[in-house]
Design a binder for this molecule. Structure first.
Ligand code: AHR
Length: 322
């Protein structure tokens, strides 16, 4: 049985805030999905992965009946900070945020804490004190970098030159995938990372930077390590334009496991992709509801991820949702 608590009873609630509408609470005082109001600050739309992530968040909110206030930060931290401040003013129940870069969140997260609004980090971590966020839902990016390196070592048979396409500078996946990769590669003295530049997680930048690498190093390049599939796909274009065969003349390993990566593996142009799961919507709202109801939740909920190779890619592609 549900008890209706009229907002009119809450005389101190501003009239323009989202949850000034009547709040429906269960008799035990907990709220249901239909009563939950969530502000979500997304990074932008830089990659296919990000589009899959946004779709997952929006679809889950709709299916569960959660009121979602979604903001696209267009790759700018200042936009994300502004959105979080708006969510605080709107007195949402929970704020979800995928931080574009790791640092610079302390003040705005403190403001949310002071307002009694829990922050859940989704997909990317922020470099803040542990008491400034409730939970982190997302991947182990260091492990993804290690996995990419182990695959690369096999592909190069323990020796060769690598160029690296790095993600957005200062972002958690770029920092961790860079570090995890090196953690493994350092034990192989015959493998050398000869160049490392940001491609900002986009196809266009990946293509441009790979084009520059080819101008400088040409056929000296044995392999590409791309921090995401979109940059790898850009690199494939640049390698073809240069007159070499991606996947054969130059081995390529990347991260995400988007549908286009499976197609590239089927076409023999990509040698492996390390999965990074963007389908976090249902888990995020389950977590948000628990947090809104005062339940304790783990500080980190890691995603389970696989490694995919060209073998089997054709059968797997139709099952991929992003
Ligand atoms: O934070 C996850 C990363 O961000 C994905 O690997 C990348 O494609 C995205 O833009």
């Amino acid at each position: 049985m549900l008890t209706l608590l009229l907002a009119a009873c809450q005389s101190d609630a501003p009239s323009n805030v989202v949850n000034s509408a009547p709040i429906v609470e269960a008799e035990d005082g907990t709220i249901a999905y239909e009563e939950l109001v969530v502000g979500y600050s997304q990074i932008g739309a830089e990659s296919e992965w990000r589009t899959g992530n946004t779709d997952s968040i929006k679809e889950a909110a709709e299916n569960l009946g959660v009121e979602l206030i979604f903001s696209d930060g267009q790759q700018k931290q200042e936009n994300q900070i502004k959105a979080i401040r708006t969510f605080i003013a709107q007195q949402v129940d929970v704020i979800g945020v995928s931080p574009v870069v790791e640092t610079g969140w302390d003040s705005v997260f403190q403001e949310a804490k002071d307002a009694g609004i829990p922050i859940i980090l989704v997909d990317r971590r922020a470099d803040v004190a542990e008491d400034l966020y409730t939970s982190y839902l997302g991947s182990d990016f260091v492990e993804e970098g290690r996995n990419a390196a182990n695959v690369m070592v096999d592909l190069l048979d323990g020796g060769g030159t690598i160029v690296e396409l790095v993600g957005t500078i200062g972002s958690a996946p770029a920092i961790d995938r860079y570090a995890g990769f090196r953690e493994i590669i350092k034990d192989y003295p015959e493998i050398e990372i000869i160049a490392s530049e940001t491609g900002d997680f986009t196809r266009a930048k990946g293509e441009e930077v790979m084009g520059d690498f080819l101008q400088i190093y040409g056929e000296e390049i044995d392999a590409v390590y791309a921090h995401n599939d979109d940059m790898a796909i850009g690199a494939i274009r640049a390698i073809e334009a240069y007159g070499l065969k991606p996947g054969e003349d130059i081995k390529i390993v990347s991260i995400d496991a988007i549908r286009d990566a499976f197609q590239a593996m089927i076409d023999g142009k990509l040698n492996a992709t390390i999965e990074c799961n963007p389908l976090l919507g249902p888990q995020f709202f389950e977590l948000a509801l628990k947090v809104a109801n005062g339940e304790s939740v783990p500080k980190w909920i890691p995603s389970e991820e696989k490694i995919f190779f060209p073998e089997g890619a054709e059968e797997i592609l139709p099952t991929r949702r992003y």
